[in-house]
Ligand binder design. Sequence first.
Ligand code: KG4
Ligand code: ZN
Length: 342
Amino acid sequence: MSKHPLILAIETSCDETAVAVAEGTAGILVSEVASQIELHSPYGGVVPELASRNHNITLRPLIETALSKSGLSIEDLDAIAATSGPGLASSLLIGDTTAKAIAVASGKPFYSINHMEGHMLSPFIENETGVLPNISLVVSGGHTMLVKVDRVGGYKILGATLDDAAGEAFDKAGKMMGLPYPGGPEIDRLSANGDPDAFDFPRAMLKSGDFQFSFSGMKTAMSHRIAGLGNKWDSNNEKLVSDLCASFQAAILDVLIGKTIAAVRETGASLVTVSGGVSCNRGLREQMTDACAAAGVKLQLATPSHSTDNAAMIAYAAACRFEAGLPASGFDQDINPNLQLL
Ligand code: KG4
Ligand code: ZN
């Protein structure tokens, strides 16, 4: 056994089939992601039954690829991990059952990992310091939350969205503008050439004095802006669409960044981390960098390949637990589509 445990991790909580092998917290040996975006694209969103059936087909060859790329066999591993929630039940079951089967057959310990913990710790992957206390902004398609992280397993949720997640707002707005699915990366790309002051969008709850978010009003605002353009609205007018995207994105970023800096001020934290699919957003990365510098606080962003769903973050979270001596999970540990962080 190497100094660091060799961990095989599987992530199938939504529409990415992903497998990774980590050498404990020291590094990721392999991270394979098979995206199903093309499969779901015609429907404008994830179709759960299609997702689980595709995981079922894709997962086994992906495990074989990950093992062969890492030069390891199942016997070499020290533990097997899988995401147990939150996510789509039928998708979670594929990864969870497969990981348990491998663990039972090989006699290795099994770690059931919370997807949100995976995102939250992902900015520390391949970082020599290990997990440091921080204010964590997790922004994905399903979640938006601010968490005070004291240590691995020591989390306090400061606030979360009361309705839509930030990524969900991006995707719904993208759909309204006729952009390809998912809308987030498209809005990011188009925003670069747009005027963020061209249209007025609400900064919901920015001044609410707490750390809750609300993004459901963004889709209503988008439909009003499009309706307000009347016959000037043309989804092929790149300048117009870019202006709408930039204005929409600016409003979301103002709220995300404003609340994160407020959390820093309230807690006296010295480090901010940002993770989840929306942390790929170039505007968010740039503006959060500036805001943290102005507030005199360090910033650690998840790398883009560890931001959207991946199994490296699940392997890393399992490695943190393994190395901290936290117990493995029982094989009777169920998946939970609504799994909470605490
Ligand atoms: O973390 P993730 O892969 O899956 C969930 O756990 O939900 O996040 C996916 C979300 C989608 O809503 C997608 O539109 C958004 O992340 N996203 C982005 C960008 N890249 C992905 N949103 C804004 N800008 C981006 N560049
Ligand atoms: Zn995710």
